[in-house]
Design a protein around this ligand. Structure first.
Ligand SMILES: NC(=O)c1ccc[n+]([C@@H]2O[C@H](COP(=O)([O-])OP(=O)(O)OC[C@H]3O[C@@H](n4cnc5c(N)ncnc54)[C@H](OP(=O)(O)O)[C@@H]3O)[C@@H](O)[C@H]2O)c1
Length: 225
């Protein structure tokens, strides 16, 4: 199995790369900085390519023979002066990567989307939803993961926020907010992504509770063709 992870050196991308390496996959990461900020032994199992997703000439060559593209690029904070907006990073970047994957005949495209966003981040989620619609209209298999809050050691403070969100879900007066963002550990999301690639029947939108089920375990390496 050969997988290309866009944003592979980010919080979620890194865990997906690590899980894919543990399964014996060939893994290529595409991101502007290339290498992650720190070193761990498993990282030597990844080809860390430095390229901006919008400079397709720099990275689409790596799609040859790939079995899946996993797109994790996205932002929570905009920098309009640098043309870093929700529309461009959460929307257009998905379409650019998916179009390249389709041209290279990669059989499955996985997008890390999101369950929802607070009203102040309306454009964050609108851009994600527009990209999802584009993927669902295409003829190849698209898997759209919609996690709530993703937590793990790699994202400072996320474990505390996850604990508070879980606590909030037990207080009815807070409303539906906590359940909409029900936290998932990054390792479960990564396993769900790998399992979705391996199971050709999985496609379309995968909601929070389905991510939990899909990410419960991984197949034994010898079960993977
Ligand atoms: N974290 C959460 O709680 C959460 C919850 C729900 C959904 N999500 C979604 O999950 C995805 C990943 O989130 P994250 O928390 O892992 O984000 P992150 O840590 O900020 O990672 C983003 C990645 O995108 C890369 N990137 C950004 N702009 C790029 C560009 N122009 N070209 C190439 N690579 C680029 C970054 O690497 P470089 O800087 O090296 O380019 C980095 O690897 C996002 O789409 C986010 O909306 C996250």
């Amino acid at each position: 199995m050969k997988v290309v992870v866009t944003g592979g050196n980010g919080f979620i991308g890194l865990e997906i790369c690590k899980t894919a390496v543990s399964q014996g996959f060939d893994v290529i990461s595409i991101s502007r900085r290339g290498y992650p900020d720190h070193k761990e032994a498993w990282m030597s199992g990844v080809n860390w390519v430095s390229a901006n997703i919008f400079n397709t000439d720099r990275w689409t060559g790596y799609l040859t023979g790939a079995d899946a593209v996993i797109h994790t690029i996205g932002i929570l904070r905009e920098k309009p002066d640098h043309n870093i907006t929700f529309e461009r990073l959460n929307g257009e970047s998905v379409i650019v990567a998916a179009s390249a994957a389709y041209t290279a005949q990669v059989p499955v495209f996985v997008m890390i989307s999101a369950s929802d966003a607070p009203p102040i981040l309306k454009r964050y989620i609108t851009a994600k939803r527009e990209a999802e619609s584009y993927l669902l209209e295409q003829k190849i298999r698209a898997v759209i993961m919609r996690p709530g809050l993703v937590y793990g050691e790699g994202r400072k403070g996320s474990e505390v926020i996850a604990a508070l969100t879980r606590l909030g879900s037990r207080v009815p007066v807070i409303g539906t907010f906590p359940s909409k963002f029900s936290p998932v550990h990054v390792s479960i999301l990564a396993k769900a992504v790998i399992n979705s690639i391996l199971n050709a029947h999985i496609q379309g939108i995968i909601q929070i509770h389905e991510i939990e089920k899909l990410g419960a375990s991984l197949p034994q390496k010898e079960e993977i063709q």
